[in-house]
Design a protein around this ligand. Sequence first.
Ligand SMILES: C[S@@+](CC[C@H](N)C(=O)[O-])C[C@H]1O[C@@H](n2cnc3c(N)ncnc32)[C@H](O)[C@@H]1O
Length: 274
Amino acid sequence: MTYEQIIKKYAPLLKEVTHIPLKEVEILLLSLLEKNPIWLHLNYKNECECEDRLAKLVTKRATHYPLEYLTNRASFYGESFIVKPNVLIPRPETEILVEKAELVLKGMKNPKVIEIGVGSGIISVMLATLIPNIQIVAVDINDDALALAKLNAQKFSVEEKITFVKSDLFTNVEDQHFDMCISNPPYIENDFKLPKNVTFEPANALFGGVVGDEILKDIIDQCVKRKIQFLYCEMGFDQKNRLEKYLKSYKTKSCEFYKDYEKLDRGFCVELQS
Ligand SMILES: C[S@@+](CC[C@H](N)C(=O)[O-])C[C@H]1O[C@@H](n2cnc3c(N)ncnc32)[C@H](O)[C@@H]1O
């Protein structure tokens, strides 16, 4: 069978998991062959010799297993990041957090930043790419995340700007000055029923506690205690009221809540008073 025929043969298996089944079979095929779409366009009518391997990938995808874990790729901020199982897949809305942080960091000479929950490294790696003279301490409790974030830092040649530390929040972070703390922490409430595809991602990257905002509140407390000037965080769409109230118990110079691409509340940028 030709590539064209194979793609048409396997697409119906993905009808329940995606609205672009043909496209996803193509993506899986290209990932398998390490080729680009132009190559496929030129070779549609040629014989496909990897049907068995493609069938395995499509069958796994048909269980709602995320496409990014099969291709080991996700795009973020216009760049291609390495993705691996047991580490959260980058989400497009986190680009907004990076954009907001970039605005304030680019006005500083030698900014020092701590990221809580580095995951695949998208936030720290992008900031290290965008901001000259930045130094970042990036922490996570998940060894697989730290290893993947290091790989992505190497991919973008910014490993010199980032120190990776295995740490539960600030526990293993030396006492030192930071200008900013940035975090997209786990913020989903423990009882929330996840969509099937998300259940393949690590629970400790997703669930933030009984209410969901517990880790966010811990991070706020720690930043106040450590006199960190700027705190930029992503949060759940329904957490604005409670977090706004919580932040009001501290002295702040400014406190802005922002929305994501779907116009849902998604995060906050705070300047704390020293
Ligand atoms: C929502 S993911 C975000 C990953 C990445 N920063 C991103 O935006 O894609 C949260 C990350 O926080 C890590 N994490 C969870 N609890 C933590 C804790 N107590 N201390 C440090 N990291 C934690 C998880 O392992 C996970 O990698």
